[in-house]
Design a protein around this ligand. Structure first.
Ligand code: NAD
Length: 429
């Protein structure tokens, strides 16, 4: 059995395929990415030397619309990872009923080692290399791990220069001043917040009596931790790549975010007026955090965090996946046997791509929405598709993950079959 991330992702598809009646042609096509490109990006460094970086873009499927997916800058980026992320995007967009297919991109590097101007040259070089592979009606980019609005702005500008026309619709997650949408920064966390608030009441859980641990304190994890703590949930532990902190009484997340933004580290501080006191807290490792005796565990960092090696240690009752692919398929089976409810990434973190879709719509119509309008529309989508997925999981007695794939597969299969017979005869020639 292959241990690649993509092979693991495909096992979820195989499981869900047993419950749907889509055509054999459609299910076979969904097992392969439609198109992939690997590029070398030469970048002149500040000291005058030249470095060549490896970049990728995978368009997994575009039956339901142009490819859509983020660009990741990380030392572990590989074609296997990018393809898996593009696969998840395909199912996520179908699950949320967005008119997009799935895609993803990435560059293998440690972005912390590059200066701002080196990062800008790298981002522009990536677009130079893939410009013919992307476009507002072909494949649309967005931020992911270690990329942000500033980088999206450079990418959109470079694409517009190459095409000699302003093309805001080729990239989402841009700065507001370049056609970005209100609410895009917080969209993934906000979407998860709406989904969590739809799910937990089904188990008679109330915020004040629910303890939460969040792994990953970046864009997604830190904003969600703050939303949850402001709603009354007790966030008792948070962590980043350096480690974590735990306080049984609950953490003051807004002040930890403030501290982390200033110091790039973690400390439990409580601010009263202008005085901040360090409160009692334990320093814990990421492994400790995953094994905490809490009600809710939220992995919001990277993939493959809960595996067959540590799944037995998990004590939480509910896991909400905010990162893409944080749990391996063999760990899924262990968690299920322990009675732990897992709510899958393709549903829980779909708020980001949903507001990306809203941004693309605003760019094309030229009419921009208020933050309230964006959040209201996001809430409607997230609540509706969370309820639909829940209903499938109850009707068929399957996990929420399998239910989410079934729901997405039905839409993908229908779209593939609606395209008629052209592809069938093309393949026969
Ligand atoms: P980010 O770069 O802002 O934050 C990542 C965080 O994870 C950082 O705090 C980092 O220190 C921490 N981290 C890294 N390695 C870790 C480790 N081994 N243990 C614990 N923490 C670790 O990235 P982000 O945008 O918040 O994305 C996080 C996850 O959410 C990724 O899986 C990403 O694909 C997914 N996601 C993000 C979005 C989005 O809109 N940003 C949308 C959908 C899914």
């Amino acid at each position: 059995m292959s241990n690649s991330l993509f092979a693991d992702a495909s096992r979820r598809l195989e499981k869900a395929l047993k419950y749907v009646s889509i055509s054999e042609d459609a299910s076979l096509r969904l097992k392969y990415p439609k198109a992939s490109i690997r590029v070398s990006i030469p970048v002149r460094m500040d000291d005058g030397s030249l470095r060549v970086f490896q970049g990728y873009r995978v368009r997994y499927d575009d039956t339901r619309g142009p490819g859509k997916g983020g660009v990741r800058f990380h030392p572990n980026v590989s074609i296997d990872e990018v393809q898996s992320l593009a696969f998840w995007m395909t199912f996520k967009c179908a699950l949320l009923n967005l008119p997009f297919g799935g895609a993803k991109g990435g560059i293998t590097l440690n972005p912390k080692e590059l200066s701002k101007s080196e990062l800008e040259r790298l981002s522009r070089g990536y677009i130079d290399a893939i410009a013919d592979f992307i476009g507002p009606d072909i494949d649309i980019l967005a931020p992911d791990v270690y990329t942000n609005a500033m980088i999206m702005g450079w990418m959109m500008d470079q694409y517009s220069i190459i095409k000699r026309r302003i093309s805001p619709g080729v990239v989402t997650g841009k700065p507001l001043t370049m056609g970005g949408s209100q609410g895009r920064d917080s969209a993934t966390a906000m979407g998860a917040f709406y989904a969590i608030n739809t799910i937990l009441p089904k188990f008679d859980r109330i915020p004040e009596k629910t303890t939460i641990a969040v792994q990953g304190f970046g864009n997604v994890g830190s904003i969600l931790a703050e939303l949850l703590s402001k709603a009354g949930y007790k966030v008792v532990a948070v962590s980043d790549s350096q480690g974590g902190i735990y306080a049984e009484v609950g953490l003051d997340i807004p002040s930890i975010r403030q501290y982390k933004n200033k110091q790039n580290g973690m400390k439990a501080i409580y601010c009263k007026g202008s005085v901040c006191n360090i409160v009692e807290h334990k320093v814990i490792s990421n492994a400790d955090l995953l094994a905490l005796d809490v009600d809710v565990l939220i992995p919001a960092a990277l993939e493959n965090q809960i595996t067959a090696d540590n799944a037995h240690d998990v004590k939480a009752n509910f896991i909400f996946e905010l990162a893409n692919g944080p749990i391996t398929s063999d760990a899924d089976a262990i968690l299920e046997s322990k009675g732990i409810y897992v709510f899958p990434d393709i549903l829980l973190n779909a708020g980001g791509v949903t507001v990306s879709y809203f941004e693309w719509v605003q760019n094309r119509s030229g009419l921009y929405w208020t933050l309230n309008e964006v959040n209201q529309k996001l809430k409607e989508k997230m609540v509706e598709e969370t309820q639909n997925t829940w209903a499938i999981s109850q009707d068929l007695s399957v996990s929420m993950r399998t239910a989410a794939y079934i729901h997405a597969l039905n839409r993908l299969g229908e779209a593939m079959d609606a395209k008629g017979t052209r592809d069938y005869y093309l393949k026969k020639v």
